[in-house]
Design a protein around this ligand. Sequence first.
Ligand SMILES: Nc1ncnc2c1ncn2[C@@H]1O[C@H](COP(=O)(O)OP(=O)(O)OP(=O)(O)O)[C@@H](O)[C@H]1O
Ligand SMILES: [Mg+2]
Length: 140
Amino acid sequence: MEERVYITHNVQETEALGERLASELWDVPALALYGGLGMGKTAFTRGLARGFGCTIQASSPTYTIVNEYPGKRKICHFDMYRLGDADALYDIGWEDYLESGALCVTEWSENVPGVFPEGTAEVRFSRIDDETREIKVRLC
Ligand SMILES: Nc1ncnc2c1ncn2[C@@H]1O[C@H](COP(=O)(O)OP(=O)(O)OP(=O)(O)O)[C@@H](O)[C@H]1O
Ligand SMILES: [Mg+2]
């Protein structure tokens, strides 16, 4: 287990961090993102998807629950904000997404504790001030 702490000062730096970490997250089954509204989870995922060679720009799946971005390795980008609980996630085929070999990136992971397989990496976002974020990355 390894934890690292980063500070970003604007949305571009958060995107760049996601892009830079792509190589280290290449093999993880899932990436659980934690942190409240407007913390930069979608921005981080946008950079990560670029780092995975995805050509579709990542955008918030708040209403669609999941967006898929084909790339060198596919990313399935989930937003659990509107999902009631883990049962609803299994209903839309969570296990199939995991088994597909795509990297499953989930915003609002707080809402679905217990669904993440062994080896899941975690990123926790918190607000220092309007433009500054602390971003803690935990690789297993
Ligand atoms: N250091 C920073 N990193 C990322 N975003 C920042 C930063 N500073 C300010 N922002 C602003 O915060 C917002 C982050 O939006 P983003 O959609 O990425 O958040 P989110 O965590 O996905 O929110 P939600 O919970 O609503 O999905 C943007 O409006 C962005 O401009
Ligand atoms: Mg978001």
